[in-house]
Design a protein around this ligand. Structure first.
Ligand SMILES: [Zn+2]
Length: 287
C-alpha cells in the first residue's frame, strides 16, 4: 500500500507541473520531420513510435473501409528513405507514409478495427528526439483470456514457491546504455531466462517471466502478472550505468513488508518508488 501510495503522490505532483511546462513552450522548430518509424509487437499490443525532428502538433483519427489509423502532422514532412513498413503481426498490417500538401501523414493499416492510445514524449538522456507513440491493442478473445487466466491459476495453485522474474525495460524503453553498445534491455532478458531455467531445476519452485521478448510492459502489467500467478517473490533485474566508471558492484532494493521504520528508510522507499515511476516513463539513465 505504501508503494502504491508513493507512486500515486508522485504522479499527482507530475500532473500538477504539466500546465506550467506547456505554458512555458519551446522556441518554434524549423522543421517538423518524421525522421524514423520503429515498432514492437507485445502479447497485448503493437507499439509504433514516430521519431520526430522537433515537437509537433499532430492529429490521430480512425478510418474504415479498410480499417486504419491515420496520424496527420500539419506542416510536417518525411525524412528521405522513409517508406512502407510491413508488420503483419495480426494487429497492424503495415505502416505507410504520405507526403501531402497539408503536411506529413502516417497510416497504420489494420486487419480489423481495434482500440488504440497515443501520446507524445519529449527527449531525455536516452532518446534524443521527440516521439509520437501509438499503442494499438491486440483484440483478445474471451476464449484466449480464459485460457491465460486458467494457466496462471494452475501455477498459482500448484503449491510451489513462485518466483516472478522481471526483466527490466524492453521495446521502446531500452534502459541504460552500456559501454559495449547494446542497452540494458538486451542484457536483462537473457539473464532473466537463465535465472528462470535455473529455478525450474529445483523441485517445488516455479519461475514466471513478466516479459519473454523485446517489447514494452507497463509497470502495472508486471505487477498483475505477479498477482495472477500467485508470486511469492518478485525479482526485477536491471543493469545500472553511471558516468563514473570507477563505480562497480550491485545494488539490491527491497520493500519491507512492515513498511519504512524511520526517516531514513522512508527516504529510501520514496526514492525507490520515484525511480520505478520514472523508469516507467523511460526517463532514467542509470538503470
Ligand atoms: Zn533499469
Amino acid at each position: 500500500m505504501r508503494r502504491i501510495l508513493l507512486i500515486m503522490i508522485f504522479t499527482i505532483s507530475l500532473s500538477a507541473m504539466l500546465p506550467a511546462l506547456e505554458a512555458a513552450g519551446e522556441p518554434a522548430a524549423p522543421r517538423r520531420e518524421v525522421v524514423s518509424i520503429r515498432h514492437w509487437t507485445a502479447p497485448e499490443h503493437t507499439r509504433i513510435v514516430l521519431d520526430m525532428s522537433s515537437e509537433c502538433v499532430y492529429q490521430v483519427s480512425e478510418r474504415s473501409g479498410p480499417d486504419r489509423i491515420v496520424i496527420d502532422i500539419p506542416g510536417g514532412d518525411l525524412a528521405g528513405g522513409l517508406g512502407r513498413l510491413e508488420i503483419k503481426d495480426g494487429v497492424v498490417d503495415r505502416v505507410r507514409v504520405n507526403s501531402l500538401a497539408k503536411g506529413a501523414q502516417v497510416v497504420l493499416d489494420l486487419p480489423a478495427k481495434t482500440r488504440y492510445r497515443h501520446f507524445a514524449l519529449k527527449p531525455n538522456d536516452i532518446h534524443r528526439r521527440h516521439r509520437i507513440v501509438i499503442d494499438v491493442d491486440r483484440t483478445i478473445t474471451v476464449k484466449e483470456r480464459r485460457s491465460e487466466t486458467e494457466k496462471a491459476r494452475l501455477v498459482a495453485q500448484s503449491g510451489d514457491y513462485i518466483v516472478i522474474i522481471d526483466p527490466g525495460h524492453g521495446g521502446s524503453a531500452p534502459g541504460a546504455p552500456s559501454k559495449f553498445g547494446p542497452s540494458e534491455k538486451y542484457y536483462t532478458l537473457p539473464l532473466a531466462k537463465m535465472i528462470a531455467a535455473e529455478i525450474e531445476q529445483h523441485k517445488g519452485f516455479k519461475a514466471v517471466l513478466t516479459r519473454t521478448g523485446d517489447y514494452d510492459v507497463e509497470w502495472h502489467r508486471r505487477i498483475e502478472v505477479a498477482r495472477e500467478h500467485g508470486g511469492h517473490c518478485f525479482v526485477s533485474i536491471h543493469m545500472n550505468s553511471n558516468k563514473n566508471r570507477r563505480i562497480k558492484g550491485s545494488e539490491v532494493y527491497f520493500l519491507s513488508p512492515e513498511g519504512a521504520t524511520d526517516m531514513h528508510a522512508t527516504a529510501v522507499a520514496e526514492r525507490e518508488n520515484m525511480q520505478i515511476r520514472m523508469e516507467d516513463r523511460g526517463e532514467l539513465i542509470d538503470g
